[in-house]
Design a protein around this ligand. Structure first.
Ligand code: COA
Length: 346
């Protein structure tokens, strides 16, 4: 795989091919009405402005690693395998600041000694993780990779903040990617990805990292929660997702009218609608699960894939355009033709 300014050309190595898909959601549903008891908001506002009716919330003893294990096990069962050569965990909410969560997840999945590491790229982390896996496969460093997106967003969200609490939810999704020919169904297409660190503060947790260590003892409690400039993020999300999706389709050799399903990171229902409109992809081709699960950050894309495979009419042979955007800022888009015989495990 060779890379040029935010895009890849397919090299001569093998390609990552989707062979397994799994998802796990915590059972506890939190409807908008529950949030209305804690903050000045309304069910109607959250439905109309974000598109969410309820979200899933992990119980306090359940962390990102636990959900990653559940989704990872389901993805491996879906692929019919008990082994992988590497594990990539995409998350913004690792179990601890140090060490990475992935080795513990690998241990719990009975994958001793496999290379396992975390990727943090905001809500684009899962697509970044798949791109890294594709690179490992193309380089011959692995033939089968488990990529998991898992989030305990409620660990970063101030439960009383109406700017963030209505938006985010918890959950995990995972895929197995295996070496195969570039034109196989399920093969990942070229990626279009990028970042803009000049807007690092647009979605950020001020305390807890190395940059705040000199004032560790003075950090106010709210500095440990995520802060977001929602309006600004909205505008950049629309612009970057539309451009990246358009370019990924072009690099795959697809006309946009050929796209059967747009799998867009579930940030906000209005963002997805504006992006789909900009790409002129009809709403019937744009599956959505934000209404039931909220914005699950790096878990969003694999959760939506599993939802769409089961309920959204994602069919073998469909041309699928995938796009994500989030903190960093970071974005990524890619393509695949949906493979036959893939049963999502949820
Ligand atoms: N309930 C009720 N009213 C609310 C509210 C809430 N939860 N949050 C904000 N408001 C109010 C504001 O105070 C404002 O009132 P005013 O007009 O009287 O000043 C009004 O609603 C509009 O606020 P605004 O911030 O412009 O709302 P918005 O339509 O942009 O929606 C977000 C806010 C956060 C939902 C939206 O900007 C968003 O989704 N941004 C992207 C977030 C995202 O995707 N983040 C993750 C990256 S992937």
């Amino acid at each position: 795989m060779t890379s040029t300014a935010g895009a890849t050309e397919r090299g001569r190595g093998a390609t990552a091919v989707l062979t397994g898909l799994g998802a796990w959601l915590p059972p506890r549903r939190v409807p908008n009405s529950e949030l209305c008891t804690r903050m000045d908001t309304s069910d109607q506002w959250i439905r109309e402005r974000i598109g969410i009716a309820e979200r899933r919330i992990a119980e306090p003893h359940v962390a990102t690693g636990d959900m990653a294990v559940e989704a990872g096990a389901r993805a491996m069962a879906s692929a019919g395998t008990a082994t992988v050569d590497a594990l990539v965990l995409a998350s913004n909410t690792p179990d601890r600041l140090c060490p990475a969560t992935a080795p513990w997840v690998a241990h719990r999945l009975g994958l001793p000694a496999v290379p396992a590491f975390d990727v943090m790229a905001g809500c684009s982390g899962f697509v970044y993780g798949c791109t890294v896996a594709d690179g490992l496969i193309a380089a011959g460093a692995a033939r089968r990779v488990l990529v998991i997106g898992a989030e305990t967003m409620t660990s970063l969200v101030n439960p009383d903040d109406r700017n963030t609490a209505p938006i985010f939810g918890d959950g995990a999704g995972a895929v197995v990617l295996e070496a195969g020919p570039p034109h196989a169904e399920g093969a990942l297409g070229p990626v279009v990805w990028g970042s803009d660190g000049s807007l690092a503060d647009a979605i950020a947790v001020p305390a807890g990292g190395a940059r705040g260590r000199h004032r560790r003892d003075r950090a106010a409690p709210e500095e440990h929660f995520v802060h977001m400039r929602g309006n600004e993020v909205f505008r950049h999300a629309v612009r970057r997702m539309t451009a990246a999706a358009r370019e990924a389709a072009a690099r795959a050799g697809w006309e946009l009218h050929e796209v059967d399903r747009l799998i867009a990171h579930q940030a906000n229902g209005r963002i997805t609608s504006v992006v789909a409109d900009g790409l002129e992809i009809p709403a019937a081709r744009v599956p959505s699960n934000i209404g039931e699960v909220g914005n699950t950050a790096a878990a969003s894309v694999p959760l939506l894939l599993a939802h769409a495979a089961d309920e959204g009419g994602l069919k073998p042979g469909h041309k699928v355009l995938v796009v994500a955007f989030g903190s960093g800022l970071a974005w990524a888009a890619t393509t695949l033709v949906w493979p036959a015989g893939l049963a999502a495990r949820r």
